[in-house]
Design a protein around this ligand. Sequence first.
Ligand SMILES: Nc1ncnc2c1ncn2[C@@H]1O[C@H](COP(=O)(O)OP(=O)(O)OP(=O)(O)O)[C@@H](O)[C@H]1O
Ligand code: SF4
Ligand SMILES: [Mg+2]
Length: 349
Amino acid sequence: MTTTAERTPGPDDDLIMKVTDVEKYFPIMSKGVIRHHVGDVKAVDGISFNLRRNETLGLVGESGCGKSTTGRALLHLQPATAGSIVFDGHELTTLSQRAMRPLRRDIQIVFQDPYASLDPRMPVNSIVGEAMRIHGLWNKESTERIRVLLGLVGLNPEHGNRFPHEFSGGQRQRIGIARALALEPKVLVLDEPVSALDVSIQAGVINLLEDLKNRLGLAYIFIAHDLSVVRHISDRVAVMYLGKIVEIADTSELFERPAHPYTQSLLSAIPLPDPRRERARERILLTGDVPSPANPPSGCRFRTRCPKFANQLDDSQREQCVNEIPALDDRGMGHDVACHYAEVVDILA
Ligand SMILES: Nc1ncnc2c1ncn2[C@@H]1O[C@H](COP(=O)(O)OP(=O)(O)OP(=O)(O)O)[C@@H](O)[C@H]1O
Ligand code: SF4
Ligand SMILES: [Mg+2]
């Protein structure tokens, strides 16, 4: 028999989550009395990634590319249509909601809008303590624990009897974070946690999240539009386009050596601190709308907006983009890119 002490650590030992080929389709039904299944919104269409313990993985991409749907699938709030999500050794996709319940403690979510996500009729103490009650964990120490949690997120524990409207936006987001931490989770999905906040208070919440991650050994999935924030907080970054991950790499590698034309266009929109370089640099503008996830383009789904496809490829190369779905291939050092003609361009130099 192998004891824990004898066990040789495997390559996956530092993984808290392993996501493989996950799809989330929303059925489209015809109108009328007898409704038929006429298609699917392929919100997430076969994504794979790992999350290590105590790691922050940034998830970026335009509105509608499937970031929040991915987050909800990871929490099993909207179960995946296909694929595998292994969390801390447990396969989540086959669990019933009942069987998922004890694991729900370990994966928590913080939403974008601190105004909409807190019940205005409940005092803060009840909001933060609610999950402990739901999970049957309320005991005589819980009141003190709520005070500790409020202090941990930088709020005055004396203010626990106040209601959400008595707090500013940044403070409300801190309440949301305290609530998410109440059950001592291992993973937090942060769905645009600072997008609704004034720029002046975003930094305080970001610093708090970094501090909590280090103190509590948390892992984060950090969903955001703002690439500067993602660059600051993430260890690795995954770029999504129309339900797929098109590039994933360590943060410095992705920002310094982007290889997918979509990532390059996103990075070209980040303002450079040096005004001379900023004036001289070229933006890579994407034309056209994002296609519908109900009917994505064949082959590479970025091709209808890809500047490289439009300006640099010959006919036979274009044919490959139209006919073959590019695999997310490892270019070394964990830098994976899904493009037939991937080529590093230093956008931020
Ligand atoms: N319950 C649903 N039923 C049908 N379609 C849905 C549902 N939820 C999301 N979608 C669709 O799935 C796609 C992905 O949505 P999602 O909210 O995950 O995008 P997102 O990347 O989080 O966007 P944003 O940056 O605007 O928050 C969109 O086309 C959206 O309209
Ligand atoms: S596979 Fe072709 S269309 Fe897609 S990103 Fe690469 S060059 Fe552009
Ligand atoms: Mg979203």
